[in-house]
Design a protein around this ligand. Structure first.
Ligand code: NHR
Ligand code: GAR
Length: 192
């Protein structure tokens, strides 16, 4: 299962995938390319260090989302991937893009969906007085953070948590969740 990862930033989820792959724990999945919409994404260095081909496609070079997504599709299709993995990718994708990769496109979102779609999930969970937070891996559909859920992981929220401390705990849980889902997809343990 050939995998292309899309990132925008730190790429710590990408690093977790690379680490599992290096240890031979990623099943039949292989990361064959990393694409960022942000030329300064630290995740690009992580990929380069692991000898994974990278490309950058700055979204502000395109007149609108449709043109950006078309260029992104062309770039991704060059890899002929079986799975496209959003790993902290921060641009909302057009219906055309999502439909082009139907059943091949997954995302990790830092909340227990359907709670807290969109941004600032940790702050919203704390403000709501929740005692449990977590992360969700889901198939990407046209509607933001609403595709079918593949697997979730829970973490506690403590009374003295800040947005930052909760974010860190959720992110660490993501690093266990995402590779396990990709391994299981590659082995046919999960189907769509
Ligand atoms: N696209 C579709 N069609 N459906 C989904 O479920 C998607 C998606 C693109 C990205 C990740 C998502 C998340 O896990 C994701 C899921 C970006 C934003 C956002 O508002 C919201 C959710 C997600 C990703 N982005 C702003 C935008 O205007 C830009 C924000 C920024 O650059 O910091 O695209 O949370
Ligand atoms: C992760 O928490 C991921 O769930 C979240 O961004 C972080 C990326 O971290 N994704 C979104 O919020 C998508 N809108 P990383 O770049 O270190 O993997």
């Amino acid at each position: 299962m050939q995998v292309v990862c899309l990132i925008s930033g730190g790429g710590s989820n990408l690093q977790a995938l690379i680490d599992w792959q290096t240890k031979g724990l990623l099943g039949d999945a292989e990361i064959i390319g990393v694409v960022s919409n942000n030329v300064d994404a630290p995740g690009l260095e992580r990929a380069k260090k692991a000898n994974i081909p990278v490309s950058c496609l700055p979204h502000h070079h395109y007149p609108d989302r449709i043109e950006f997504d078309r260029a992104l599709m062309q770039l991704i299709d060059g890899y002929q991937p079986d799975l496209i993995v959003l790993a902290g990718f921060m641009r909302i994708l057009t219906p055309e893009f999502v439909n082009h990769y139907a059943d091949r496109l997954i995302n990790i979102h830092p909340s227990l969906l359907p709670k807290y779609k969109g941004l600032h999930t940790h702050r919203r969970a704390i403000e709501a007085g929740d005692t449990i937070a977590g992360a969700t891996v889901h198939w990407v559909s046209e509607e933001l953070d609403s595709g079918s859920i593949i697997r979730q992981i829970e973490v506690p929220i403590y009374a003295d948590d800040s947005e930052e401390s909760l974010k860190k705990r959720v992110l660490e849980a993501e690093h266990a969740l995402y590779p396990s889902v990709i391994r299981d997809l590659s082995l046919g343990v999960i189907t769509c």
